[in-house]
Design a protein around this ligand. Sequence first.
Ligand code: GLU
Length: 393
Amino acid sequence: MEKRSDFGKVRLLTVKMGSSVVCDRESVSAGRLRAFARQLAELHRRGCRSVVVSSGAVAAGVRKLGLPSRPATLRLRQVCAAAGQVSLMTAWEKALGGFGLKCAQILLTAEDLADRRRFLNARNTLASLVEMGVVPIVNENDTVAVEELKLGENDTLGSLVASLAEADLFVNLTDLDGLHSADPRENPAAPLLTEVGKVDQSVLTMAGDSGGQWGTGGMFTKVRAAGRLAERGVASVVASGLVRDVLLRIVDGEELGTFFKPAAKRGGARKHWLAFAARPKGRLLVDAGAAAALVERGKSLLPGGVCGLEGLFDVGDAVTIVEAVGEAELGVGLVNYSAPEIGRIMGRPSSAIEGTLGYSHSEEIVHRDNLVVFKGVGRPHGAEKLRNKTSKL
Ligand code: GLU
């Protein structure tokens, strides 16, 4: 999906719809959902299946329970999400049913996706639903997610689901028309960017700070999600969900919203999981030589390059690989040895593994095939999330 004219070939679409798109002032907007259902049915007819990530549970719950506004406490927002999720799904079922489509509800947490087995279960369920022609409607399982581990906004969840479902295209629908070169509310003349080649710091800056000028979530998390998908070879479009026939027009190649071009060839499913969903159990600190070998030369991580470790992880666990000086996060990988074993062999050549441990089942601490190197946008959640305890549902 290098260019918009390729979108006609999309066979699986992940569409995320924000609360401002799904809900109007009253509650879940039956009219808007009907319009989306009509488009999804038309795409379905053309052989393009969809997975929907729908927000709106909290907003619908606020209305249903007669609260004056979005509650400030996490607990009450969880109550609203529980009450509103029913209304949201009822509305989706009715809308899609009107066009002969069935839907299914999938509620996920970041922790579900971090666990490889649960991730694979979710993936199998999604794939089977899609195969059966059912439209999965995904939301974060707001009632069970603990505050510091919550994804909090569905942009990140949408990108995780796009990766989980192995979608060809991620369309993120919001009430803004895409990414502008500056905040259009302050700078009405700032032009819309129709295409972004690489999401680097300057592009993230255009999107504003997270929770900053454009409101919580806002354009920042949308651009970050698109950037992460681009790094893994998946195309995204951020566009207004309030525009008539937006999905059909995007798939037809019309220049709506901002198109984030994939920056690489599409990676394998396991690397997607590592990059997006796996939750590292510890950290490996590496020296400058190992950092260059990993990032620039595409090598595996050998014991000689490891100079420190944190955490009690086991064989097969995911760990973050960090450059010892400056602590830049270089990537995430699955380890071939446990933390105590690495403690004994780090800093030594691979040939010394057997003599030190009495066995050697691999020369590498992390094999290249089990390693994802970051190129600037970083991980979807993790340390950053824990530090920044925002509690948005
Ligand atoms: N999960 C929240 C809801 O359904 C939405 C989070 C978001 O605004 O992205 O209300």
